[in-house]
Design a protein. Structure first.
Length: 327
């Protein structure tokens, strides 16, 4: 990685839905610059990049070899996250990997080990961890605003028409768990930590009742040593609430839709007290995460405390346990 100049320069690999969502936020974040897009077909991708003000579009190998890029942001679907992350690490780049971090714990461990060995920054792009409302809620929980948190409930689902879409494609690690389910799992992890027990049910059925080869609907029950629980659901077949709730023995915090990115939440008490608050949202919501990467790279950190390697490994460990529970 080149010597840091005070501006953290990103090269992005991938220009699908995720790239489209985050690209405008680079311009909203001081200290960062999106200088290049890496694509399998640079000529086809160039008009997309130019529309979003990205100065250069190159092949992936060329992007990884450039000296003017500090961080490689991997915005592709998760089935090739591990491969691309390992290539970027081998090129000496800091790496921001879109969620889901990888498809399995074993892949995640290889990527983390490689980054630690190379001495480069690595982080999962789980933007929920940097959401200003989630940060305030974590502080409220630590201060005892709802007493002892006992239950987390969260869901994420929408009916996706069956067809040529990556979420219906086993070859591209499709399904609900890695794309949607990681958000409810993350909010449970932020509040209650890593679970002691994991139970799950669901199906791989499509709308016609045939096996699609991907998990299309999922229900998860996580248990913790003190009896706490997380009740979670995700689906690409069913419209589900996009909200979350954290229940304690002295109150409740409800997070508005969509809980992973919205900045509105409501504090409720058993005596009828109810207060709704909204934290400021920057851009499409990715700015706090980009600022955190800039902070880490500027300071020579190998990981960020709000989204550590241990956090990502714990989440992938739970993902693997959910798969095992599904059989």
């Amino acid at each position: 990685m080149s010597e840091h100049s005070g501006v953290t320069r990103f090269g992005m690999i991938g220009h699908g839905w995720m790239g489209n969502a985050i690209a405008p936020d680079f311009r909203e974040c001081d200290g960062v610059e999106l200088v290049a897009l890496g694509a399998r077909d640079a000529e086809r991708a160039r008009p997309w990049a130019e529309e979003r003000g990205i100065p250069s579009t190159v092949a992936v190998d060329e992007l990884l070899a450039r000296d003017d890029i500090d961080v490689v942001y991997i915005a592709t679907p998760h089935h090739n996250h591990a491969e691309l992350a390992l290539r970027a690490i081998d090129a000496g780049k800091a790496v921001l990997v879109e969620k889901a971090f990888t498809t399995t714990l074993a892949e995640a461990e290889r990527v983390v080990d490689a980054a630690r060995t190379a001495g480069v920054f690595l982080m999962e792009a789980m933007w929920t961890r940097f959401n200003p409302a989630i940060r305030v809620i974590q502080r409220l929980l630590a201060e005892g605003a709802i007493g002892n948190p006992r239950t987390v409930m969260a869901s994420f689902g929408f009916p996706l028409p069956y067809g040529d879409h990556r979420l219906w494609d086993p070859a591209r690690a499709g399904g609900s768990l890695l794309d949607q389910g990681v958000y409810p799992l993350t909010i449970a992890q932020l509040v209650l930590g890593e679970p002691q027990s994991v139970a799950a049910t669901g199906s791989r059925l499509g709308y016609d009742g045939a096996d699609t080869g991907v998990d299309s609907e999922l229900g998860v029950l996580l248990g913790y040593p003190g009896g706490q629980q997380a009740v979670l659901a995700s689906s690409i077949r069913t419209q589900l609430p996009l909200s979350a709730a954290i229940g304690g023995d002295e109150g409740l915090i409800e997070i508005a839709e969509a809980f992973w990115s919205d900045t509105t939440y409501t504090l409720r008490k058993p005596d009828g007290f109810r207060e709704t608050r909204t934290e400021a949202k920057e851009g499409n919501g990715y700015v706090p995460m980009l600022r955190a990467v800039h902070e880490a790279v500027s300071n020579g950190w190998l990981e960020h405390p709000l989204s550590s390697h241990a956090d990502s490994l714990a989440l992938m460990r739970t993902v693997d346990r959910v798969r095992a529970a599904l059989g």
